[in-house]
Design a protein around this ligand. Structure first.
Ligand code: BG6
Ligand code: MG
Length: 216
């Protein structure tokens, strides 16, 4: 049966969490609130709108709709100033190798990301051509932990959900993959990924044969 491999972007393919953190910290500062690295953990995998909602909640601040839009715009401009500097050296360890192997075997490869900046980031690091399908924050309405992004990716790959393996670094993404009936593989610290079916520190410790055996 046809197999599909769906990759989250931020924290799986590239480590952009610190760029998001740098930018959201400036937003929080304007709101008189100090955003810590622990707060940032809770923003991983979360859409831009929901991230700002959470920061406003933590800061116990309310803003007008116009200010909300302006804060999101400024955050993204600041984030993009960092993104445009990205190169292939920002690709996380083992990613290029696994993409190459999956591609050479002819498996369907998709991106399933909450980020509206996903196509630009893939282009900056030179990985766009590996992906048969890109489903990003511009293409879906419901943010993770809703499974929409992965379900759309599987449909576009033409692979049934149970034959899809999802790579994720965030709890919200693992939940989305599990809800979609896909095989969730967490990357990073197992403390944050307790609901993942499998957890690895990085792609460097994942064998292709292991991935091939996950689906029947
Ligand atoms: C996710 C990140 O991939 O994308 C989140 O983990 C981010 O931190 C979200 O907020 C939306 O990204 P963007 O690039 O559209 O602001
Ligand atoms: Mg992520």
């Amino acid at each position: 049966m046809k197999k599909g491999f769906i990759f989250d972007l931020d924290g799986v393919i590239v480590d952009t969490a610190h760029f998001h953190y740098n930018s959201w910290r400036k937003t929080a500062e304007q709101l008189g609130f100090e955003l810590t690295i622990q707060h940032n953990e809770k923003l991983k995998g979360v859409s831009r709108i929901e991230s700002l909602n959470r920061i406003l909640d933590w800061a116990q601040k309310e803003v007008s709709q116009d200010t909300f839009q302006q804060l999101m715009f400024e955050k993204n401009e600041d984030y993009l100033r960092q993104v445009v500097q990205m190169t292939a050296s920002d690709i996380l360890p083992g990613v290029f190798n696994i993409l190459n192997k999956l591609k050479s075997k002819g498996y369907g490869i998709a991106l399933g990301s909450a980020s509206k900046n996903a196509p630009l980031i893939l282009e900056k690091v030179g990985l766009s051509s590996f992906f048969n399908v890109i489903v990003d924050g511009n293409r879906v309405i419901k943010a993770k932990p809703d499974p929409e992004v992965f379900i759309v990716a599987a449909q576009q790959l033409g692979v049934i959900n149970s034959q899809c393996v999802v790579f994720e670094d965030a709890e919200a993404g693992i939940e989305a993959a599990n809800t979609a009936g896909m095989i969730s593989v967490g990357l990073g610290n197992s403390d944050n990924l307790e609901h993942a079916k499998y957890v690895f520190q990085s792609f460097e410790s994942i064998e292709l044969t292991f991935l091939e055996q996950l689906t029947t």
